[in-house]
Design a protein around this ligand. Structure first.
Ligand code: HEC
Length: 255
């Protein structure tokens, strides 16, 4: 075919006087490429900030675009207010108010003693000799008491209650003149105490021992009392209370 055409219209002109290039889009201007690159890389910055915010902590409150009453005017402690006649912003509870769940009217359970009229007519404390009705003395309770005793009491009274706690022994070794040696819990004197008395010792302290009521909740105080009683019994138990096959090892341990 091509030959035919050539033959019919011979020409001296070459077919093409220029080099043939593949068709090409016009070159993107350098400025557009740079701006585009910067925009792409710049768009990663929020991602980096998000990632950073997930791992760091900050003392500043977080940025809150929708306030939803998040910040409101308020009074600081001890600030005054014109709204009230006495000028105080902080209001006292209405006299006689009892916080929910704090009625605590069961003396036996919450205090371990009750007040009775003494011989001279003045009220005196009478300690309860039994566990309160709502305290069920079970192996689980004694176990809980052991755990709590080892945490709160053993540092002074020792794990066996006889006073071999680190704090007590170090103070005695240092001959600290102000140190009052701890009481031995299995001693006759403390064994003779009613359970309510021991409860009260844990709650508010006694003589030179401070109270643990602030750290130890009511139910745990009774658990510790139960455990103190079991320590006392364990170290004064009659021979018959020890199973026959364990008697020799128990006697060896006691020596
Ligand atoms: C920081 C040391 C320390 C810790 C901890 C401590 N006590 Fe005492 N405890 C003492 C001292 C000291 C005495 C003797 C106080 C005195 O005679 O003035 C004492 C005395 C006692 C007595 C005898 C009170 C009496 O009837 O005469 C009991 C019971 C007792 N502690 C129980 C406990 C229990 C239970 C705990 C744990 C909740 C505990 N203590 C934790 C130091 C401690």
């Amino acid at each position: 075919m091509a030959h035919d055409t050539h033959d019919k219209t011979p020409s001296t002109l070459p077919y093409a006087t220029y080099e043939v290039h593949a068709p090409r889009l016009p070159r993107i201007p350098f400025i557009a490429v740079s701006v585009g690159l910067i925009a792409v890389v710049g768009s990663w910055i929020p991602l980096v900030l998000f990632a950073r915010a997930r791992v760091i902590t900050s003392p500043e409150p977080r940025v809150s675009f929708v306030q939803d009453m998040g910040t409101q005017p308020r009074y600081n402690a001890q600030q005054s207010s014109e709204v009230f006649e006495d000028g105080r912003a902080a209001r006292l509870p209405i006299p006689g108010t009892v916080a929910r769940g704090h009625l605590d009217e069961d003396d036996h359970y919450f205090h371990g003693f009750t007040r009775v009229k003494g011989e001279d007519g003045k009220p005196v404390a009478k300690f309860f000799d039994t566990f309160p009705e709502r305290v069920k003395v079970t192996p689980a309770l004694v176990k809980r008491g052991q755990e709590r005793f080892n945490i709160y009491c053993s540092v002074c009274h020792g794990l066996d209650g006889t006073g071999h706690g680190q704090v007590n022994e170090m103070a005695i070794d240092d001959k600290d003149p102000k140190w009052v040696p701890v009481a031995s819990l299995p001693s006759d004197a403390v064994r003779a105490r009613p359970v309510g008395h021991i409860y009260n010792t844990i709650n508010v302290g006694i003589r030179n021992m401070s109270g643990y009521g602030a750290q130890v909740p009511v139910a745990d105080r009774w658990a510790i009392v139960a455990y103190v009683r079991s320590l006392q019994y364990g170290q004064n138990a009659p021979e018959e209370a020890v199973p026959a096959d364990k008697r020799n090892s128990a006697q060896a341990a006691a020596k």
